[in-house]
Design a protein around this ligand. Structure first.
Ligand code: DQA
Length: 151
């Protein structure tokens, strides 16, 4: 199973960023966690990780996942989740299953974080589970892709 793990802005220094909210994990640790979940679930995985502080780059990564015939996407678009019509427009046509993930419990935060432009275009949204959310997202994607994983 080939997936894209895409992060939006302010994840480069995730391990240093507001640890009470985000758990002091790093992006490489998140990727390792996704691989560990795959191993535990018997999913043969190829995970392509990318992140950008630039909105259009996230769209480039999504288009690339389509072009390269990936099976699905795990997307944490960061603050663009709450503002980006451009990413929502991309997800509206992209014929790939996308799982939206947020490390923090956004509904316990400022009201601007209670809305997502992208949730309605995703097959699932996983919020407030910390790094575990990425493992759940992989399982949801694998299940969605049918034959690959019967868990
Ligand atoms: C986040 C939540 C967003 O509101 C915030 O802008 C982020 C991180 C999360 O993972 O909890 O950058 O997506």
């Amino acid at each position: 199973m080939k997936i894209a793990l895409i992060h939006g802005p302010n994840f480069t220094y995730l391990h240093k960023r507001e640890p009470v909210l985000y758990g002091a994990v790093s992006l490489p640790e998140i990727e390792q966690y996704v691989y560990a979940t795959a191993k535990r679930c018997g999913i043969s995985l190829e995970c392509h990780s990318s992140h950008s502080n630039i909105e259009g780059k996230i769209i480039d990564y999504l288009e690339e996942a389509y072009k390269e015939k990936f099976h699905g996407v795990i997307l944490n678009a960061g603050a663009y989740t709450h503002t980006s019509l451009a990413i929502a427009d991309c997800l509206a046509w992209l014929p790939l299953p996308v799982v939206e993930v947020h490390l923090s419990q956004v509904f316990a935060r400022e009201s601007i974080r209670h809305t997502s432009t992208i949730s309605a275009k995703c097959i699932a949204t996983i919020i407030g589970c910390g790094i575990m959310g990425y493992g759940f997202a992989l399982e949801v994607l694998a299940k969605h892709c049918g034959t690959i994983y019967e868990g």
